[in-house]
Ligand binder design. Structure first.
Ligand code: B3K
Ligand code: ZN
Length: 844
C-alpha cells in the first residue's frame, strides 16, 4: 500500500464550480448521475486530470456532451480533457445494500445513508475527492421512501423525488444523503442575524420519545456559538438523522448531520447521566463544525487537527460553561492521561499533525482530537481571552470559504496578537509527551523553581527540541494560605529557573494548575505534601490531582509491599467525602481510585513491569478496606445527597447520583448487595439501574439482575449494548473471556453492527486483567473476532486493533502472546489496508 506524505501536497489541477447529482435509489443497483463543472486552476502545477472512484461500475461518461472512454484504475480514472472549462457527466452504479463497511452510500435497517469523511465520496461517484476542492452541490433523490434528505435547503419535491441545494461551497467529504421511513422531532430557532431555522431530528417512529434532550442540546449549542464565538447558523434548515449502523459517533455533513443513534437518542429510563452528557457534547461538536470544519475546512487530511482539535476545544468549553469547568477539566485530563499519553508512549505515537499515512481513517485519534484540543487551549492561555477572541475573529474573516492549514491558523494568532509562535508550532510536529522535571529551593525570601523539559523519542522521531509550554503555578504557605495566586510561567528552554521574591517561608508549589499543558510532571513529592494539597489547594484540578497522586502512591505501595490501605489516605478521603462545601461530583471524582490502566501506566512509567492480576487484586482489597473504614460515614453522606426533585439530566443531579453510586459500591462489600439490589429494583433512571447492575455483577451477585435487565430491555438496542458491555466490564479477570465468549453466542449478538461489536469485544479489551489473562486467551479471542470483522468492516476493525497498543508495557510472556495474536491478524490473506497499517505499526 502507498504511503501519502504531507510534503508531497500539490494543489488540485481543476476547481469544481458546481455539482449536480441525481440518485435513483435501489438497494442492489443505485444509479448516480453526476454533472460537474470544472475550471482549470491557474495556480496549480501541470498534472493529468484524475478523478477518484472506488468500487463503482461506470455506465457512461461524457465531456461537454461528447461520450468519452476514460482509463479506469482501482483508485479512479484518468481522461484527456479540454484546455479550458468543461462539463463532466457520468453515470455509475453502486450497491448500497452490500456496503457493510459503512463508508459511502449504505443501508441500515432499511434506510439509506452516507458517510463520506474522509474518503468515502469516491465510493459514490467519480470525483476529485479531496478537501481542497470545494463545490456548490445540487442533489435530486428519487425513491419511494417517504423522507429524502440532502445538504443545504430543500428546493422542490414531488411524489417519489426531492431536490436539495446547498449554497455553501463544500468539499465532497461533507456531502450527505438520507432516505428512509423516518419521523421528525421538530423545532425552530431564530439566529442572532434574524434567520428562522427549521430544526429536525429524524428517527424511526419508535425512537421519537428519545429526541427532546438532543433538540435542547442543539439549541443550547446554537446560542452558545453565537454568544461566545459570534457565529450564527447559515441555512434555513438543520437536520440531524439517527442511524443504528455507524462507525463512529457522528458526522458534521453540511446542514445534515448524521449520528450514531447512541450519540443522539436519550431519555431518562434508557440513558445514563454519562450518555446525556455525551449526547449533548457530540451534538455541540458537530454543530460547531459548521464554522470550524465546514465554512473553513482543511486543505488536506494532514491538517485534520485544524478542524478536530479546535472543535473538540470548543465542545469542551461549551460543556464547561454549562456544567462547570472544574469537573470537565478533570474528565478531559483523564482522557489525556489514560488514553492520549498512552498512545504517545507506544508504537502508534504520531504528531498532532502527522507527516504521513497509509489510511487516513487510522488518524482520527485521541492525539489529533484531544491533544489537538490541548494545543488550542495552550494558545488561549498564552494569548489570553481577548487575544484568543481576536485571533479567532481574524481566522474566520480571513479564511471563510477556504481550505486552510495549521500555518494559516497560527498566522491568525500571530497577526492578531503579535505573539511569535515559531517555537509553539513544534507542538504540531513533535510526537510524545514532554516530561517536566521540577526541583526547587528557597534562599533569603526567594523561591526558585527549576524546570527541565524533555520529550522522549517516538517512532521515526528522535532528538526532540524544547517546546513552548505554559505552566500555571500557584504557591501556598504552610498554613495552606495562597501566597502567590495562579501565575503563568512560559517554559521555552530545555532548562529554566523561575523565581518568586519576598516570601516569608518556603512555600508549597501547586504546579500545572488546571492541567495547563499536556505534559507529565516529575517531582519528588512526599505523601504528606500530597495530602496537604488535597486539603488546601485553591485550584480544583490540582486539588483533585493531589488526591489522585496520593491514591496512586498508596496503591503502588500496597502492590510492592503488601499491607493495608494507608490511614492518612483514608482520613483525607473522609474529610473530602464529608465536606458538604464540595460539589458532590467533585467528591465522587476524589473517591474514585485510579483505574487499573492508570496503575499499569504508572508502574511502567517507573520502569517496572506491571502485573494485571496484582493490580486488580490490590485495587479490590483497597476498596474493601476503604468501605470498612468509611462504613459509619456513608449513611449520612448518602442522605445528604438524596434527590427530592423530579429527574433531570443536569450537573447537580448527575453529581449526586455519581456520588451515591460510588458509595453504593462501597456499601456492597458489607451488605453483599442488598442495597444495590433494592436500587436496581426501584430505579426510575438508567444511571441508577445500570450502576446497581454493575455493582451486583462485580460482587458476583448479579445473575438474577442481569436476566431481569435483559427481560426489561431486550427490545431497546441501545440499552442492550449496555447489557452486553456491563457483564464483561464487571466480570472478574478469570471469567471475562468466558463471559465474552458466551455473549458472542447470544442470538442478539449482531456482530456486524459496530455498536454491538464494541460492546462485547471493546468491553473485553477494556477489562485490563481479563483481557491480559496470562494464558493469552483474551488476545486470541479478540484477534479471532477482528479477523472475522475485517473483511466486513475494515474501519471498525482497525480502530479496535489499537487495543493492543499497550503491548510494550507487559512482561515478556504476555508481550509474545500479544505479538503472535497480532501476527496472526497481519498474516490473514486479503487483510484490509486499514487494519494492515495498524498491525504493521503495532508490530514495528
Ligand atoms: N468528522 C467526523 C469523523 C469522521 C471520521 C472518519 N473516519 C466526526 C467528528 O469528528 O465530528
Ligand atoms: Zn469533529
Amino acid at each position: 500500500p502507498q504511503t501519502i506524505f504531507l510534503s508531497n501536497y500539490m494543489a488540485p489541477g481543476w476547481h469544481v464550480e458546481s455539482v449536480n447529482l441525481t440518485f435513483k435509489l435501489a438497494p442492489e443497483a443505485t444509479r448516480v448521475i453526476s454533472r460537474i463543472a470544472f475550471t482549470p486552476n491557474p495556480d496549480a502545477p501541470a498534472q493529468p486530470f484524475m478523478l477518484h472512484g472506488e468500487e463503482l461500475t461506470l455506465i457512461s461518461a461524457a465531456i461537454d456532451g461528447v461520450a468519452v472512454s476514460p482509463d479506469l484504475t482501482a483508485a479512479g480514472l484518468t481522461c484527456d480533457v479540454p484546455d479550458g472549462a468543461f462539463i463532466w457527466e457520468a453515470e455509475v452504479e453502486i450497491a448500497p445494500v452490500k456496503n457493510t463497511a459503512l463508508e459511502g452510500l449504505y443501508m441500515s435497517n432499511g434506510m439509506y445513508c452516507t458517510q463520506c469523511e474522509a474518503e468515502g465520496f469516491r465510493k459514490i461517484t467519480y470525483y476529485p475527492d479531496r478537501p481542497d476542492v470545494m463545490g456548490v452541490f445540487t442533489v435530486r433523490i428519487e425513491s419511494d421512501l417517504p423522507v429524502l434528505l440532502s445538504n443545504g435547503n430543500a428546493t422542490a419535491s414531488g411524489a417519489g423525488w426531492a431536490e436539495w441545494h446547498d449554497p455553501w461551497p463544500k468539499p465532497a467529504y461533507l456531502f450527505a444523503l438520507v432516505a428512509g421511513d423516518l419521523v421528525a422531532h421538530n423545532d425552530s430557532f431564530t439566529t442572532m442575524e434574524g434567520r428562522d431555522v427549521e430544526l429536525n431530528i429524524w428517527v424511526r417512529a419508535a425512537d421519537l420519545d428519545k429526541c427532546a434532550f438532543g433538540m435542547g442540546a442543539l439549541k443550547r449549542s446554537m446560542v452558545w456559538d453565537e454568544q461566545v464565538y459570534g457565529r450564527a447558523y447559515d441555512l434555513d434548515i438543520f437536520n440531524i438523522v439517527a442511524v443504528d449502523d455507524f462507525n463512529m459517533g457522528a458526522m458534521e455533513n453540511k446542514g445534515l448531520n448524521i449520528f450514531n443513534s447512541s450519540a443522539v437518542l436519550a431519555k431518562q429510563s434508557t440513558s445514563t447521566d454519562a450518555d446525556f452528557q455525551r449526547v449533548e457534547a457530540i451534538i455541540a461538536h458537530e454543530y460547531f463544525h459548521n464554522w470550524t470544519g465546514n465554512r473553513i475546512t482543511c486543505r488536506d487530511w494532514f491538517q485534520l487537527c485544524l478542524k478536530e482539535g479546535l472543535t473538540v476545544f470548543r465542545d469542551q468549553s461549551f460543556t464547561g460553561d454549562l456544567h462547570g469547568h472544574a469537573v470537565k477539566r478533570i474528565e478531559d485530563a483523564l482522557v489525556m492521561r489514560n488514553r492520549q499519553f498512552q498512545e504517545d508512549a507506544g508504537p502508534l505515537a504520531h504528531p498532532v499533525r502527522p507527516e504521513s499515512f497509509v489510511e487516513i481513517n487510522n488518524f482520527y485519534t485521541v492525539t489529533v482530537y484531544e491533544k489537538g484540543a490541548e494545543l488550542v487551549g495552550m494558545l488561549k492561555r498564552l494569548v489570553g481571552d481577548d487575544g484568543y477572541r481576536a485571533a479567532l475573529d481574524l481566522y474566520f474573516t480571513r479564511h471563510d470559504g477556504q481550505a486552510a492549514t495549521i500555518e494559516d491558523w497560527l498566522a491568525a494568532f500571530t497577526d492578531a496578537t503579535d505573539r511569535d509562535l515559531t517555537q509553539f508550532k513544534r507542538w504540531y510536529a513533535q510526537a510524545g509527551t514532554p516530561r517536566l522535571t521540577v526541583t526547587d529551593d528557597f534562599k533569603n525570601g526567594t523561591y526558585s523553581l527549576h524546570i527541565a523539559q524533555q520529550t522522549p523519542d517516538t517512532p521515526g522521531q528522535t532528538d526532540k527540541l524544547p517546546l513552548h509550554i505554559p505552566v500555571a503555578v500557584g504557591l501556598l504557605d504552610d498554613t495552606g494560605a495562597e501566597v502567590v495566586a495562579t501565575t503563568l510561567l512560559e517554559l521555552t528552554e530545555a532548562q529554566q529557573t523561575f523565581t518568586f521574591d519576598g516570601l516569608a517561608s518556603k512555600p508549597v508549589p501547586s504546579i500545572l494548575r488546571d492541567f495547563s499543558a499536556p505534559v507529565i510532571i516529575e517531582r519528588d513529592v512526599t505523601q504528606a505534601e500530597q495530602a496537604f494539597l488535597l486539603t488546601h489547594d485553591t485550584d480544583p484540578f490540582n486539588r483533585w490531582d493531589a488526591g489522585r497522586s496520593l491514591a496512586r502512591a498508596v496503591l503502588l505501595d500496597m502492590i510492592a509491599n503488601g499491607g493495608d490501605l494507608d490511614a492518612g489516605y483514608i482520613n483525607g478521603l473522609r474529610a473530602a467525602l464529608t465536606d458538604s462545601t464540595l460539589d458532590p461530583a467533585m467528591r465522587a471524582l476524589l473517591l474514585a481510585m485510579p483505574s487499573e490502566a492508570d496503575m499499569a501506566i504508572a508502574l511502567a512509567g517507573q520502569g517496572q513491569t506491571p502485573d494485571p492480576d496484582a493490580i486488580h487484586q490490590t485495587r479490590r482489597k483497597a476498596q474493601r478496606q476503604l468501605a470498612e473504614a468509611l462504613a459509619t460515614d456513608i449513611p449520612a453522606v448518602l442522605s445528604s445527597v438524596r434527590i427530592d426533585a423530579p429527574f433531570a439530566p443536569d450537573a447537580d443531579q448527575g453529581g449526586r447520583r455519581a456520588l451515591s453510586n460510588s458509595l453504593l459500591s462501597l456499601l456492597t462489600w458489607a451488605d453483599k448487595g442488598t442495597a444495590a439490589q433494592a436500587q436496581f429494583d426501584t430505579a426510575d433512571n438508567m444511571t441508577q439501574q445500570l450502576s446497581a447492575l454493575s455493582i451486583l455483577l462485580a460482587h458476583g451477585a448479579g445473575d438474577a439482575a442481569a436476566q431481569a435487565f435483559y427481560d426489561q430491555w431486550h427490545h431497546d438496542r441501545l440499552v442492550l449494548n449496555k447489557w452486553f458491555g456491563v457483564q464483561i466490564s464487571a466480570a472478574q479477570p478469570q471469567d471475562a473471556v468466558a463471559v465474552a465468549t458466551r455473549l458472542t453466542q447470544h442470538p442478539d449478538f449482531e456482530w456486524k453492527n459496530p455498536n454491538r461489536f464494541r460492546s462485547v469485544i471493546g468491553a473485553l479489551t477494556g477489562n485490563q486483567a481479563g483481557f491480559h489473562r496470562a494464558d493469552g486467551a483474551g488476545y486470541d479471542f479478540v484477534a479471532d473476532w477482528l479477523i472475522k470483522l475485517d473483511p466486513v468492516n475494515p474501519q471498525t476493525t482497525a480502530r479496535m486493533v489499537a487495543g493492543f497498543d499497550s503491548m510494550r508495557r507487559w512482561d515478556d510472556a504476555r508481550r509474545e502472546k500479544m505479538r503472535s495474536a497480532l501476527t496472526r491478524i497481519k498474516d490473514t490473506p486479503g487483510l484490509s489496508r486499514d487494519t494492515s497499517e495498524m498491525v504493521t505499526r503495532l508490530l514495528s
